[in-house]
Design a protein. Sequence first.
Length: 297
Amino acid sequence: ASEIGASIALSMPSPRDILNSVRVPAVLQSRASPDYKPSDPDGSRFISRTSMLLWSLGLFAYKGTFWTTSNQPGCRYDVCVENNSVLHSVIVALSAGPIMVSDRYDQLNPNIISKLCLRDGTLLKPGKPATPLDLAMLPLPGDSAPSLIELTHTFTDYLILNQNGSSSQINVRWNYLLAFGLPRSMILTPTDLNLDPNQDYIVYDYFQEQLYKLNASISLTLPSASSPFDFNYMIIVPMTPFVEAGLGWIPIGDLTKYITVAPQRIPELSISLISSQISLSLKINSNDSEDVLIGMV
């Protein structure tokens, strides 16, 4: 594979195979899910846990496949309905790995697929694969055994050029949080989310389109799930760097995509002083026929 410039994706490897990949540079990704089965509550669980091992070895995890359209007439399964396409799609977006869909050719859902990539098929990726928060690996309050909740986190880091006065660079991290199947409601602090408790944050609920504030005094509450597929997807952006730079707006990013601020879509951000006004500039990769909706708070 290396001689011809091809990469290798492992499928259903054993731990020994995964560890051996460090000796095979062509291995770049590994499957981290069981065989896909429509509407199976366990089909997407634990990908983030497997990602901890894979990412530590320089590999990207990927989910086997999924349907983007609920009803798939004539499928080979006993159940030909997938009621959780949106959840599957968010999981694969946060994996930072390859993405595969297995709809019949005339059943592809462009509304879901378009949230994962640019029009030319370029995948929009966070800075690293989503992995569980510490909270997801420890016993919940009142329990003795470790939890198996899905509470995963990843991020995109940007160095923003600040030309307001003397030139400098500001390091800003856009955070992505996915929680699903929570057995009880959870109250999360910035520390729980691996965030700096000395900063203020804006939390954007992607699907409910609601905004919350988060800091050391104001926590984030995630509701319990009524089914294994109930989920919440949040984008968390620090306010403090933008406020200190003199900006009155906080960019959430491109709301037409799950990864709202990805270098494949927004390769560059800068702050400048134009006609006595402090401005935020974003360089956008798109084409004339593609919609871009930048959310600002």
